[in-house]
Design a protein around this ligand. Sequence first.
Ligand SMILES: [Zn+2]
Length: 424
Amino acid sequence: MAQCAYHDQLINIRRELHQFPEEGWTEFCTTAYIVKYLRELGYEVLLGEKVVSRKDCLGRDPKLVAQAIETAKERGVCECLLNEMQELTGCCAVLDTGRPGPTVALRFDIDCNNVQESGADTHRATAEGWASKRPGLMHACGHDSHISSGLAVARWVMDHKDELNGKLKIVFQPAEEGVRGAAAVAASGIVDDCDFFLSSHIAMMAKTGEIITSPVGFLCTTKYDITFKGRPAHAGIEPNAGRNALAAACHCVTQLLGIPRHGSGMTRVNVGRIVAGEGRNVIPVNAKLVMEVRGETGDINKFMATETENIVQGVAKSFGVEYNIEKMGEAVDLFNDKELVDMLDDVCSKTEGVTKVLHEVNFGGSEDATILARRVQEKGGKAAYFVLGSDRAGGHHTAEFDIDESSLDIGMKIYAEMLKRLMK
Ligand SMILES: [Zn+2]
């Protein structure tokens, strides 16, 4: 397969970013890298609250944010750029061709996972010396390649801007992991004027050469952090004076796992972490649950979320403890518009390197691009999300994860051809 003209940069930028992964809402160095690249190309780049609505950020830890800003300063990110970011990561490149035409938005996510990268010689990034330099953090979902793809597309657009009409917005979205970032980006209004919205994910269940142009089964999801606050007491002398947050949390977990399955479609519930208690002879004061629900449709997910809230309230009442429920992330389901699926099908069938165009393959997970797609559709625009197949080493979110970088050439060609047709 012939490599595209942007092959080297697709790979080099991916490997460079791979070495300094940043988790959701802390992508200051990554954002600085992207902004610098885009401005050198001549883009107007929007930052801070123009792209991310502060009050709609989910699961954003101010302590991690503050640390990350210090790290960015130490790594030489200039203060003026950090000021422009207003403590918010992500950005949006805007190009107005000056000619009438549609407004098109592309979205690429930029955060990493809380995964320790494999140190084994059989892991390519380690063997070749471009593994993560940050303990416990790794681009283990391929978002490094999403960024390099977004930047390569940005360069292609500048190289071909005389052939394009209308307006283009390239959104680099923070905090996809935990589906935390898109709601705030949507709430900023940045995609409200868009006629078309396109986004994609690398690999997942598709191999190099395969493109899934209409994945289905995106689960709606809501993520919660739940805390219980009790009252301490001596466990021997006066246990009756205490209010046991640990016991409340345990009862809460068993009840959550007992939410009935829904007759209308798939549901999921998971409590992934519980932290509680202070010491052996103290009635536990604090307890925290980190959990999520999912549902095949918005209504089914709402059922799961409402049941969760009822259980938390009920348990808190019965144990006499206080509670707090904080929403940490959310995603909705997704329905690709036929017009874009047809266009993708046609483009893919003519793209060198594409061997199979697949439909209706179950995505089986959640993805917050769906919130942006929904927002565009609600305002009358059209949206599509596709999976760019890539042979994988390791599973997504595991220490051995890697992609087949030759698939990036295919993705690049698809984005370029789609833009040519959309911005005619
Ligand atoms: Zn991902």
